[in-house]
Write a protein that binds this ligand. Structure first.
Ligand code: ARG
Length: 268
């Protein structure tokens, strides 16, 4: 029923919070890097136990946010559209991810326009849902569409807490043409809310409390949904919809403003 996934992850051995580039980060509180590594290992082991393949990339020295592999690129049909970071602190990550993907056999497409990878570019069936407003610029949407060969739907993010599309929307199922998504409407402009409603009239809608618990920053294989442990009500709702939630404690990794999905790049 589900899909077997090939994933790319980056161990958080360099992880810390020493700058603040989203509202969730607080550089005044020390981070337990060892705990982050333990939590990350558990997430990786859980994917592998479910039959998925996990590739890894070594973090660049002194790049604390490299653990958020979803931002490293967008990979569809063997093509890797590289990230070009909006945030100066993460700029070096783009070329490193693209080089690693080339090594893994993907065709690298370096980006001219600012985009933060799968953080803002999500495949849903035969369209690319593309976020903008905080990090990824609109011009990158067309560029990604060309590089990846998918039509694009631009979605405007209006709430700084949801600075990447993957914090506000998750694709729960994308198997054999059946697409199921969940999102938090309040993260989007009125026009984008309308577009989402037209595209996905039966979508599961998260509450603000669920969304701010990072419930939507989840990785689904169409059957099981990996997510953080902060949103038990959401787990119930996933179960009611036929999914099996797989909660993994990533509390320390959350300190950088990202949860399970942020740590996981899907290699299509
Ligand atoms: N500290 C990182 C940043 O602000 C977190 C990135 C989270 N990643 C994601 N895919 N939403 O860039």
């Amino acid at each position: 029923m589900g899909r077997t996934l090939r994933l790319l992850m980056c161990p958080p051995t360099e992880f810390t919070v020493r700058y603040e580039i989203n509202p969730w980060m607080d550089a005044s509180r020390p981070v337990d890097t060892e705990l982050a590594v333990t939590q990350w290992e558990a997430l990786r082991a859980s994917y592998v136990a479910a039959g998925h393949t996990v590739e890894t990339i070594a973090p660049l020295a002194g790049m604390p946010d490299m653990v958020y592999a979803a931002n490293g690129a967008t990979v569809v049909g063997g093509a890797a559209y590289g990230a070009r970071f909006f945030v100066a602190e993460r700029r070096e990550e783009g070329p490193a991810y693209l080089a690693r993907l080339a090594e893994l056999g993907f065709e690298p497409h370096a980006a001219e326009h600012v985009n933060e990878g799968e953080g803002d570019l999500l495949v849903a069936g035969d369209v690319l849902l593309a976020g903008t407003g905080w990090r990824t610029e609109r011009a990158a949407h067309a560029e990604a569409s060309r590089a990846l060969g998918l039509p694009v739907v631009t979605l405007e993010l209006i709430d700084a807490r949801f600075y990447h599309l993957d914090t506000a929307l998750t694709v729960l199922r994308d198997v054999d043409g059946a697409v199921d998504v969940a999102y938090f409407p309040g993260a989007f402009s009125a026009a984008s809310q309308e577009a989402l409603q037209r595209l996905f009239p039966d979508a599961l809608l998260a509450s603000e409390a669920e969304a701010t618990s990072f419930a939507l920053n989840a990785l689904s294989d169409g059957e099981r949904v990996w997510l953080g442990t902060g949103a038990p009500s959401w787990e119930e709702r996933l179960r009611a919809r036929g999914y099996t939630p797989v909660p993994v404690d990533v509390s320390e990794i959350l300190r950088g403003g990202g949860s399970v999905k942020c740590c996981t790049l899907v290699l299509r």
